[in-house]
Write a protein that binds this ligand. Structure first.
Ligand code: GLA
Length: 733
């Protein structure tokens, strides 16, 4: 029984295979949080709370005999807070009633327990179909304002995952203006905790950072209209002693691709509150009488056995229940992408030459990147005009795709649907289709402007343009790019009092377009992209099973980018390519082997001018592809272990993939800083069967699982520039 309600104690107990989450209806009807952690068998964890009268935390009431009637809301652990009624910590909601009052106080009204999991209208959410999942829906309401909220908790027993979202509704007679509507409030009554988050910049996404919480509010957020390169909608609260392998931690991830905000506050009692949801800055939503507003879903992964397990729980859930069903567990094509090979400078002959060489090397798919449409010879023109540039490609896309198919490869193409250049036919005919404030020229970035995806006419235009393109040629893949942060959040079709809805409506519009497209073309493989990994989040992964992880293809920089990404997202979602050396972004030179080892850690491909390679290098690429075919199921389905992480400060990194039945394990070790007279690189493997015998592939060396896990392996001293090795262990029959 994954959800249990004990009416005598007014206690909800939500259990997964190893975790438990407890909620209590308080004496006054407020919804209190009791516990989230390792399973405690339904034991009422309310005993943990002591009542202490703390000055300036009002609202508590005692009976004459000294017993506590009601705890101060400023001290209570709550499931979803009201606002303005005495809890001075971060709020879940901010709302203005028709009479101008801002206070909200929620009380329990009812609950229901459902088998399965309802979808969240208009938003991507973890898929309930086919999973063993139950959902608890608790309705709270504020009798004074008429504002209510339905809190949904879906319990994925076998995954050790609980998802949460909130649906606000208005039962009053006038419109309520929402100014904040968080998805989740989660109180950890007893600290201390550390915060792990993933910051970055273009070409340097998701750098892990671990900091001790202080008595302040820590905010991780984006105001960019996209989840962003700079922060990811994902934070981890970890006990200070938590490591990869041991200790408690809790991941909090938001399934949303727009502006978001995660706030973490350590309060006067050293309790920690985490609140995550849509960014509230510049956000408003007019909630008419009778209307509902759904927040994005937050996904919780608690582990009592370290960060590695927390990540693997996310990986399994995302692979099984977030990625588009048709692509679940399916082989991904090894692709060649034209961008770093040709940039905007190509014609049909050049592309076919690149494709011919790729097919000779055994590559599966040719992807034509930016530059094939409109007057697109640089980034200052053409976006929005999704018809082929016949000067570059006289036979059109269909003839190019046919010729590539004849070479034995499939064909994919780049698009950036949500954007438009000023110099485009689309903008000339529809100047009002962009986000722009009245009387102000919108701020440009990469010479482009942003289409108002909240408009149906814009979405219909884009659907028709993509549909026409897909019907015109055998296109099996789209790289869906998004190359600027949003600004000038003003929509020509919204009244002035609803302009605060523009950014969220943009996101709802993009999701609706992707939904329509993926329903019409369920086998189409979409690779998400945003100047690399600027929109690497669950919202996009719901539609695109892989996302270009970064515009930085330097394999050494990629180690950290991919490792940072791995805390939340499975390796099979990370688009990763072998590119030229010296690298185009960093100027660093690295061996082809090392570029192969790091690119094979994700959805593998190539992105370089194959014509510049020697015969010897081409031979190596053939070998790399053959090796990838041998190990790709490990990348796709394997359990992932960070053996030596960037946070360990070692001169090398190591990672491992283990098949669920422990029959095969792949270890990658990359030297990032060769030292003179260095110690032997040493790692211990994880996840093997102790008593089984494993053979190191390609050798006659045998090891017991226990030896590899407890004794480990050492490598000879590694010298030179960035050497890398891959070791494949296979269980003997
Ligand atoms: C973005 C992508 C690149 C490439 C260019 C094309 O930067 O991340 O991979 O597609 O756009 O303009």
């Amino acid at each position: 029984m994954s959800i249990h309600y004990d009416d005598t104690r007014k206690l909800f107990s939500l259990t997964t295979a190893h975790t438990e989450y407890q909620i209590k209806i308080g004496p006054e009807g407020r919804l209190l949080h009791l516990y989230y952690g390792k399973k405690v068998g339904g034991f009422d964890m309310g005993y943990l709370r002591h009542y202490q009268d703390r000055g300036f935390s009002g609202g508590s009431r005692r009976a004459k005999d000294g017993s506590l009637l009601e705890e101060s809301v400023d001290l209570a652990a709550q499931e979803y807070t009201g606002n303005g009624v005495g809890d001075y910590r971060i709020t879940s909601v901010s709302a203005v009633s028709p009479d101008g009052s801002r206070s909200v106080d929620f009380y329990y009204r009812s609950h229901e327990i459902l088998s399965g999991k309802p979808e969240i209208p208009g938003l991507p959410s973890v898929r309930g179909d086919g999973a063993d999942v139950k959902t608890l829906r608790i309705t709270l309401s504020d009798p004074v304002t008429g504002l209510g909220v339905i809190l949904s908790y879906s319990v994925f027993d076998a995954y050790d995952i609980i998802t949460r979202s909130a649906e606000l509704f208005n039962e009053g007679s006038g419109a309520i203006r929402l100014e904040k509507a968080a998805s989740l409030c989660l109180d950890f009554p007893n600290g201390p905790f550390e915060l792990i988050h993933f910051h970055g910049r273009h070409c340097m996404e998701r750098q892990p950072e671990r900091v001790r919480l202080t008595h302040a509010i820590h905010t991780v957020s984006s105001r960019r209209g996209m989840s962003s390169h700079h922060h990811n909608p994902f934070v981890i609260l970890a006990r200070p002693s938590c490591t990869e392998e041991s200790g408690e931690c809790c991941g909090i991830m938001l399934m949303y691709s727009g502006s978001f905000k995660a706030e973490i506050e350590q309060d006067q009692e050293d309790s920690v509150r985490a609140v995550i949801g849509i960014q509230d800055e510049n956000f408003t939503w007019e909630l008419k009488s009778g209307a509902h507003f759904c927040t994005p879903e937050a996904v919780l992964s608690f582990s009592a056995d370290g960060l590695g397990l927390m990540s693997r729980q996310y990986h399994r859930l995302i692979r099984d229940l977030v990625l588009p069903p048709r692509h679940r567990g399916k082989k991904r094509p090894v692709l060649i992408n034209s961008w770093e090979a040709a940039y905007f400078d190509f014609d049909e002959e050049k592309l076919l030459h690149l494709a011919q060489q790729a097919s000779e090397l055994g590559i599966d798919m040719f992807v034509l990147d930016d530059g094939w449409f409109g007057k697109r010879n640089f980034d200052d023109a053409g976006l929005g005009d999704w018809t082929v540039n016949l000067e570059k490609l006289p036979g059109g896309i269909s003839s190019l795709a046919e010729q590539i198919n004849r070479m034995g490869m499939s064909f994919g193409i780049w698009m950036e649907p949500e954007m438009v250049n000023e110099d485009s036919d689309l903008f000339r005919s529809h100047p009002d289709w962009i986000l722009a404030d009245p009387g102000r020229r919108p701020s440009l970035a990469r010479n482009q402007m942003v289409l108002d995806m909240g408009r149906k006419d814009v979405r219909d235009y884009l659907f028709d343009a993509i549909d026409t393109l897909l019907r015109s040629a055998n296109i099996e893949y789209i790289k869906w790019d998004f190359n600027r942060s949003l600004s000038n959040f003003y929509s020509a079709v919204l009244p002035k009092e609803r302009q605060g809805e523009t950014a969220h409506r943009f996101m709802l519009g993009t999701y609706e377009l992707l939904d329509r497209l993926t329903k019409a073309y369920p086998d189409l493989l979409i690779e998400g992209c945003s100047g690399g990994g600027g929109r690497f989040d669950l919202g996009m992964l719901y539609y695109s099973p892989q996302i270009w992880c970064s515009d930085n293809t330097d394999p050494i920089a990629r180690l950290t980018i991919q490792e940072g990404t791995s805390y939340g997202y499975p390796p099979c979602t990370m688009g990763s390519h072998v590119s030229a050396s010296p690298n185009h972004q960093s100027g660093r030179s690295t061996p082809l082997e090392t570029r192969g080892v790091t690119a094979m850690c994700g959805a593998f491909g190539y992105e370089l001018d194959l014509g510049r390679l020697s015969d010897e290098e081409k031979e190596k690429i053939r070998e790399q592809i053959a090796y990838y075919r041998k190990i790709e199921h490990l990348i796709r389905e394997g359990s992932y272990y960070r053996l030596v992480s960037v946070l360990d400060g070692m001169p090398f990194r190591a990672f491992e993939y283990v098949l669920p039945d422990a029959s095969e394990a792949l270890v990658g070790i990359v030297t990032t800083d060769a030292e003179a007279n260095a110690p032997f690189p040493f790692v211990t493997l994880k996840g093997l069967e102790e008593n089984a015998v494993y053979r190191l592939d390609g050798t006659d060396r045998l090891f017991s699982g226990a030896a590899l896990m407890y004794g480990g392996i050492t490598l000879p001293v590694q010298t030179g520039d960035y050497p890398a090795v891959q070791l494949l262990f296979r269980r003997e029959a």
